[in-house]
Design a protein. Structure first.
Length: 207
């Protein structure tokens, strides 16, 4: 039969081990709680509409072309929207990569020509000669001509001194021409739309 003194010593050692275990658990809990306090809060996010796949310029946005993602609010570009419905049937002014947020500067509209002269509107123009269009740079000044009759030399000036706002992504077969967005006055935009409905358009560069 164990002596009372031995029993007391064993109980004392067991109690000390339990106290050390409890102290270690409390210490671990304290470290975990402190780490949570120091950890940065997750960033605020916002819904942003992005391209669901690579999109060409000059095309109307369709439901399958866009999707909504969430990104940190501070990283969301200005002029973006949170709903795909807002962008449906809008025309892209330039090509857009898959996953790229679609802002108002990517669309044919007033925001596209902000910073240019007052009174201008954005007018998409399909240029028949892709090789000539590929020589253009944003900011160039051009004249737009419409062919008249069957003679290639018989051309009518449609718009003079229009500014190039956006350019297409070149590299296709060029059968459909090149879509260029110009900054022109409202009457000139109407004249371009009327001329393009009747036949191909050509340009000369002023720079």
């Amino acid at each position: 039969m164990p002596e009372p003194r031995d029993t007391a010593r064993r109980l004392h050692r067991a109690l000390r081990r339990r106290r050390r275990l409890i102290s270690a658990l409390f210490a671990a809990a304290a470290v975990f709680a402190f780490a949570r306090v120091l950890a940065p809060a997750p960033p605020d996010t916002t819904a942003v509409v992005v391209a669901a796949h690579d999109l060409p310029g000059g095309e109307m946005i369709q439901p399958d072309d866009v999707r909504v993602v969430r990104m940190p609010t501070e990283l969301a570009p200005h002029g973006t929207v949170a709903s795909t419905d807002v962008l449906l049937r809008e025309m892209l002014a330039a090509p857009v990569r898959a996953g790229e947020p679609i802002s108002d500067r990517r669309l044919v509209g007033e925001a596209l020509i902000s910073g240019y002269a007052d009174g201008l509107v954005a007018a998409p123009v399909r240029i028949d000669d892709v090789d000539v269009a590929s020589l253009l740079e944003v900011g160039d000044r051009i004249d737009v001509y419409a062919a008249q009759g069957d003679e290639s030399t018989n051309a009518r000036l449609v718009v003079s001194d229009a500014v190039v706002v956006t350019l297409p992504q070149f590299g296709g077969d060029g059968h459909d021409g090149a879509l260029v967005v110009l900054g022109v006055t409202s009457p000139s935009a109407a004249a371009v739309a009327q001329a393009s409905s009747r036949g191909p358009l050509a340009i000369s560069v002023r720079r």
